[in-house]
Unconditional design. Structure first.
Length: 187
């Protein structure tokens, strides 16, 4: 999950799946294996995800943080209190709010809502937030309206991604959108 959160930056998930497949095939999809290989080898394996040299560096930065702060133990990382862990993740070079929150929600199971381009697009189009709303503003909007539960945030985000892929594209297909009509009553 953590590898996917880093690799999905500025790329389609299908490309990330290809890169993760390469890592799995080479038996490199573990903390121990990723720590052992050099950055150039890692970059070669994750090439399909694009920006592979940058992303290899970011993954290595995360691994250095994991080793330094949690002795390389993901279980210890996941035990950290949510706000403190988010702060620590954001201090890792190459990890921004969306990546940090993806790690918190999908890997650590913390009740954090992930804001991505799809979320912003849908929320702004249906008038829930202004088009220029910040990451924090969009996240705050959700937090003030939904009880923080990881399983609900996970499902809600997945539904937003699916809606964006099917209907709320850059050039939207509003005619058969499930939010048509009363869409502003969603949240």
């Amino acid at each position: 999950m953590i590898v996917g959160a880093v690799l999905t930056q500025n790329t389609a998930w299908s490309n990330v799946e290809s890169a993760i497949g390469n890592l799995k095939s080479a038996r490199l999809l573990s903390v121990r294996a990723l720590k052992k290989i050099n950055r150039q080898t890692l970059a070669a394996h994750i090439r399909p995800a694009g920006y592979f040299n940058v992303k290899a560096k970011r993954l290595k930065n995360f691994l250095t943080f994991l080793q330094k702060d949690f002795a390389g133990n993901l279980k210890d990382l996941f035990k950290e209190e949510t706000a403190l862990l988010r702060e620590k993740l954001l201090a890792v070079n190459g990890i921004g709010p969306e990546t940090a929150d993806s790690i918190l929600l999908y890997a650590a199971g913390k009740p954090v809502f992930v804001v991505d381009a799809y979320t912003r697009r849908i929320f702004s189009r249906i008038g829930l937030v202004p088009p220029d709303a910040s990451y924090t503003d969009v996240q705050r909007y959700v937090f003030t309206r939904m009880k923080p539960r990881a399983n609900v945030f996970n499902e809600f985000h997945a539904l937003l991604v699916e809606l964006a892929k099917r209907n709320c594209r850059i050039k939207p297909i509003c005619g058969n959108c499930p939010l048509s009509g009363d869409c502003k009553k969603v949240l």
